[in-house]
Design a protein around this ligand. Structure first.
Ligand SMILES: Cc1ncc(COP(=O)(O)O)c(C=O)c1O
Length: 396
């Protein structure tokens, strides 16, 4: 065993936790004792330096307005991206947002007009669709190609969609939630080539960039294509990486002063959170400066869990396809061989097996027959989950 014990069960019930509390209300059909493996946060204790940093904030005894305009804060972020990705970020380019999703909403208003099209690649993280629609923009789907259990991009279709002058922005999910691809250099270059040719702005959501499975390498889009960086905004955050989603802090990399000015005006106009709370500032510093070994061990642990699921599926669930996972802690399983409707599949999971996943159709109709399982929890819970699936599908 390494330095950290990811097998330890952390009780999250009765902690105002979205994932574990109020399940009778959020999932009324789920049977008693259902395992929540849906929303993307982790059931692991955060790294010790982050806990210590939070305790020190408590000891200050005052939680007043806070500023991130301190060198320690920027140095932590710049240091992380330099060390982990050999990427030199500009300090001035780092804008604050309470979350990546609200940032995407703001960016859509800045970069497009009403009724403009926004390209997304379904099946994909569903808030992309919601934010496009809420802002009265049009969803333009460039569906991923699913063939022989693997996903790739449909570049011919992307070119067609990008060529329509009404389509001004593409939201790239990199790594991709829920299908788990870590896009290759070649794929990313091709996306930029097409977007550049047709003047399409790219919002690169790289929130999962630190959660990379063994043998894969995440490439930051704007580092790869610096010549197009004025037309790329990158969304980064320590939230998925270090299990800090509730701290509500992300870093939005905007590369022109003009767009940064517009961002500040829109943040103020729409009343978005304009700065981090005192816990978030210290947490991010402790995470990026002192918790790297925790992340490396976490990734190893997740690789082990992936291996376990892969073997289990092969041995016990011959009709289920596990999509190879290259990044994230979200496993995407294909149950289509059972010939069930999406509704029937959901009923089995919730009512029979007692398993709460994000059902595939949430990510677009392309996700029908799939389930997204959040495996960022002790292996014992994953084992229980896989056994429940086995029992539920034994005679089907
Ligand atoms: C691709 C992607 N973007 C953004 C988010 C959420 O970001 P935030 O909580 O910062 O709004 C998630 C969470 O699962 C995600 O998977």
């Amino acid at each position: 065993m390494g330095k950290y014990n990811f097998d330890a069960y952390v009780e999250r019930r009765n902690t105002n936790c979205i994932k574990w509390d109020n399940l009778d209300k959020s999932f009324p059909r789920a049977k008693e004792g259902a395992l929540p493996m849906w929303v993307a946060d982790m059931d692991f204790e955060v790294a010790a330096p982050i806990l210590e940093a939070a305790h020190k904030v408590v000891d200050r005894k005052v939680f007043g307005y806070s500023t991130r305009e301190v060198d320690r804060f920027y140095d932590a972020i710049l240091g992380w991206y330099k060390r982990r990705f050999d990427w030199e970020l500009d300090r001035e380019s780092i804008m604050f947002s309470g979350g990546v999703v609200p940032a995407i909403s703001i960016l859509l208003r800045l970069l497009t007009e009403e009724n403009n099209g926004v390209i997304i690649q379904r099946p994909v993280y569903y808030p992309f669709t919601n934010k496009i629609k809420e802002n009265n923009r049009k969803v333009v789907n460039n569906p991923l190609i699913y063939k022989d259990g693997k996903y790739t991009m449909d570049f011919a279709d992307l070119e067609e969609k990008a060529a329509d002058p009404n389509n001004k922005v593409m939201i790239l999910c990199s790594p991709h939630n829920p299908i788990g691809r870590v896009w290759t250099e070649e794929e990313l270059k091709k996306v930029v080539e097409i977007c550049k040719k047709h003047d399409v702005f790219i919002i690169a959501d790289e929130i999962h960039n630190d959660l990379i499975r063994k043998g894969h390498k995440h490439i930051n889009l704007q580092k790869l294509c610096p010549e197009y960086k004025e037309h790329i905004v990158t969304c980064l955050a320590p939230s998925k990486t270090f299990n800090l989603a509730g701290m509500q802090m992300s870093n939005i990399i905007i590369n022109t002063q003009e767009l940064r000015n517009a961002w500040n005006v829109e943040v103020s106009r729409c009343g978005a959170q304009s700065g981090p709370n005192p816990f978030a500032i210290e947490a991010i510093i402790a995470a990026y400066n002192e918790s790297e070994d925790w992340l490396d061990e976490l990734n190893e642990y997740l690789d082990g869990t992936v291996e376990y699921i892969k073997n289990f599926v092969e041995e016990n669930l011959p009709k289920v396809k596990m999509i190879p996972i290259e990044g994230t802690y979200l496993v995407w399983l294909d149950f289509n061989e059972y010939g069930l409707t999406a509704e029937e599949l959901e009923t089995i999971m919730l009512e029979e097996a007692g398993l709460i996943f994000d059902e595939g159709t949430m990510f677009g109709e392309e996700g029908s027959g799939f389930e997204r399982i959040n495996i960022a929890c002790p292996r014992s819970i994953v084992e229980e989950c896989m056994n429940r699936i086995k029992v539920a599908f034994e005679n089907r």
